[in-house]
Design a protein around this ligand. Structure first.
Ligand code: BG6
Length: 534
C-alpha cells in the first residue's frame, strides 16, 4: 500500500524491466531514495509485475509438491515368484490365453500351474532382480512418487503364519531405500489383487471372515517395518473389481449353484472391515500415515436423455460409489442397503462393525481412470466394447484404443469433479494410461506419439479440474510407467510404459529396457509441473 501511495505521484507510465523493479523493491519503501527519473516508470511496472504474478499463479495450478510419477503392481512386474521364500498367490495361477478370463471371473477352477499353460506373472519383467535399474530410470524422468504394491505372499507365504518372512520384508526395505535415495516417495498398495493361494484353498479367499485377521496381521508387519519409509498407503487396489473378476480380485471361486452376489457382498463386507481396521492400525502406528482407498473409476453416461437411461446410469455409478461411500463416509448408504435387502442379500455385520467403519474412514481417495462408461435401459441397444471387465456400450463420440477402451479425457475431469463433489476429500489419480502396440526400431526405440497425445489430453483435463473447478488433487501416477504384464489379458503386447521392455506375449526377449519418446516428454512435464505439455 505504501509503495502504491507514493508511486501514485509519479508522472510517466513507461514500464521498468522486471530486473529494475526487483532492484527498487527496498528503496521504494523510502520515498526519498527513489530517484525521480526512475519513479516515472514505476506505476506501470508495478501493474505489469502484478499481472505477471497473476499469470504465473494461473499457469501454475498444481500444488508445488504435486506428486508426479508412475504406477506398477507386484504381480505384473516383479516376477521371482518362488524367490526369497515367496508363496504361491492367486495371481500366479492366472494363465495367458483364452482361460485367463474364466479363471479371473471365478468360473474356471485352476488352483495349480500346469505344463499346458504359460503363466506370464512368474517372470513378468523381472523387476525383482532389476529394480535398481528401473528406479534409476524413474528418477531420471524426475518421479516424485512411485506407486508399487507389496506381494502379500512374499511377506506371509501361506498367509496364515504368525511371523513374517524376513527375506520378503528385506526385499521391500531395499526397494524403498532405493526410491528414497533417489528422492522418490513410495506410494504402497497393500493388496493389488493378490491373495496367498493357501488361503484360497483352505478358507476360500475373502468369502471368509478369517481373511480379516490375516490381512490385519500382514498390515501390522509392513506398517511397523516401513513406518519411517512409507507415508502413503492404499488398502485395496480397485476394490470394486471384485464385482467383475472375483478370483483375480479376491481369490474367490464361485461354486456351482451358489448365489454369486451373496458370495461377493459377503467378501466385500470383509474387505471393507479389513480396510477400516488397517486404517485404524496405520494411524496408531504412525499418525502421519496417509491411508487411502482405491476405486476403478469412470462415470457412466446415459445413452439418451430418456429418464430410464439416466436412472440406470445413476444406479450403475452407485454400484461403484458404494465402496467409497463406506470407506470415506463410514457407513453403508441407504440406496445400497435397500437394494441388497430387495435382492435377498445379507450383509454379515458383526458386532462393532458399524462403529468401526464410521470411526476409521480414509484420508484420501485414489482411483484409476481409463475411460468413461455408457449404458442404456433399452435391451435393443447392446453394442458393447471389447476387452473391458467393466462392460460398456460403444460411445459414438469417442475413439477407442486397440483393445476397445474408449478414450475420453473430459471424462477424467467429470470423474474428478463427481468424486470431489461427493466426498470433499483430497483425490489422487493413481492409474491412467494407454495400452497400445509399440513398434520399436532396430535400437528398440519407440516413437509413441499416440501415447503422448493420450496422456497430454488427460493431463490437460486434470489440470482444468484443479485450476478451473478447484478439485484438491495430491498427485498423478500414470499406469505401467514401465511396460509390464496386462492384468486383464496377460499380454506383454499391451504396453503402457515410458520404458520399453524387450519381451513378447510368449515370454521371449532379453528384458532389456529402452527409453521411449514419451520418456523424454514426461520428464519435461514433471520438470515444468505440468506447464510444458509439449
Ligand atoms: C487396472 C489395474 O485395472 O488397470 C491394473 O489396477 C491393470 O492392474 C490396469 O493393469 C490396466 O489394465 P490392463 O488389463 O490393460 O492391464
Amino acid at each position: 500500500m505504501l509503495i502504491v501511495f507514493h508511486l501514485l505521484q509519479l508522472k510517466s507510465h513507461v514500464p521498468l524491466t522486471l530486473e529494475e523493479l526487483e532492484g527498487l523493491k527496498i528503496s521504494c519503501y523510502d520515498r526519498d531514495k527513489v530517484k525521480t527519473n526512475t519513479k516515472c516508470r514505476v506505476i506501470a511496472s508495478v501493474n505489469a509485475l502484478s499481472l505477471v504474478k497473476k499469470e504465473e499463479e494461473n499457469s501454475m495450478p498444481l500444488r508445488k509438491d504435486f506428486l508426479w510419477g508412475g504406477a506398477t503392481a507386484a504381480n505384473q512386474c516383479e516376477g521371482g515368484f518362488q524367490e526369497g521364500g515367496r508363496g504361491l498367490a492367486n495371481v500366479d495361477v492366472m494363465p495367458y490365453g483364452k482361460d485367463r478370463f474364466p479363471v479371473g471371473m471365478g468360473k474356471l477352477k485352476m488352483y495349480e500351474c500346469d505344463d499346458k499353460h504359460f503363466y506370464p506373472g512368474h517372470e513378468a519383467i523381472d523387476m525383482y532382480h532389476r529394480y535398481k535399474e528401473d528406479i534409476a530410470l524413474f528418477a531420471e524422468m524426475g518421479f516424485k512418487v512411485y506407486r508399487l504394491s507389496i506381494a502379500w505372499s512374499r511377506i506371509f507365504p501361506n498367509g496364515d503364519e504368525m511371523r513374517p518372512n524376513e527375506a520378503g520384508l528385506k526385499f521391500y526395505d531395499d526397494l524403498f531405500d532405493e526410491c528414497l535415495n533417489h528422492g522418490i516417495e513410495p506410494l504402497v498398495t497393500i493388496c493389488h489383487f493378490d491373495v496367498p493361494m493357501h488361503l484360497v484353498e483352505t478358507i476360500g479367499g475373502w468369502r471368509s471372515r478369517e481373511m480379516v485377521n490375516h490381512y490385519v496381521r500382514y498390515c501390522e508387519a509392513i506398517f511397523t517395518r516401513y513406518k519411517d519409509k512409507v507415508k502413503y498407503w492404499l488398502t485395496f487396489n480397485e476394490i470394486n473389481i471384485i464385482l467383475h473378476l472375483p478370483f483375480m480380485g479376491a481369490g474367490i471361486f464361485i461354486e456351482e449353484g451358489e448365489n454369486a452376489e451373496q458370495v461377493k457382498y459377503t467378501a466385500i463386507h470383509h474387505e471393507l472391515v479389513a480396510s477400516a481396521l488397517a486404517t485404524k492400525l496405520g494411524h496408531k502406528i504412525n499418525p502421519n500415515f496417509q491411508i487411502g482407498c482405491m476405486l476403478a473409476a469412470g462415470n457412466t453416461y446415459p445413452h439418451t436423455c430418456h429418464p430410464n437411461d439416466v436412472w440406470l446410469s445413476m444406479n450403475y455409478d452407485r454400484y461403484n460409489y458404494f465402496f467409497v461411500d463406506v470407506q470415506s463416509r463410514g457407513e453403508y448408504p441407504s440406496y445400497a442397503l435397500k437394494r441388497l435387502e430387495r435382492e435377498g442379500i445379507v450383509v454379515p455385520f458383526a458386532e462393532g462393525d458399524k462403529e468401526l467403519l464410521k470411526a476409521h474412514t480414509v484420508d484420501f481417495i485414489s482411483f484409476s481412470y481409463y475411460s468413461s462408461r455408457l449404458i442404456s435401459a433399452d435391451p435393443e441397444v447392446n453394442n458393447k466394447t471389447d476387452g473391458n471387465a467393466f462392460a460398456t456400450l460403444k460411445n459414438p463420440y469417442l475413439e477407442a484404443s486397440e483393445w476397445g477402451w474408449q478414450i475420453d479425457p473430459l471424462g477424467l475431469r467429470i470423474t474428478l469433479n463427481a468424486l470431489y463433489d461427493r466426498y470433499q476429500k483430497p483425490l489422487f489419480i493413481v492409474e491412467n494410461g494407454l495400452g497400445a502396440v509399440d513398434t520399436p526400431d532396430e535400437n528398440d526405440y519407440v516413437e509413441d506419439d499416440y501415447r503422448i497425445t493420450y496422456l497430454k489430453e488427460h493431463i490437460k483435463a486434470m489440470i482444468n479440474a484443479v485450476e478451473l473447478d478447484g478439485v484438491d488433487l495430491l498427485g498423478y501416477t500414470s499406469w505401467g510407467c514401465i511396460d509390464l504384464i496386462s492384468a486383464s489379458t496377460g499380454e506383454m503386447k499391451k504396453r503402457y510404459g515410458f520404458i520399453y521392455v524387450d519381451k513378447d506375449n510368449e515370454g521371449n526377449g532379453t528384458l532389456k529396457r529402452t527409453r521411449k519418446k514419451s520418456f523424454y516428454w514426461y520428464k519435461k512435464v514433471i520438470e515444468s509441473n505440468g506447464k510444458d505439455l509439449g
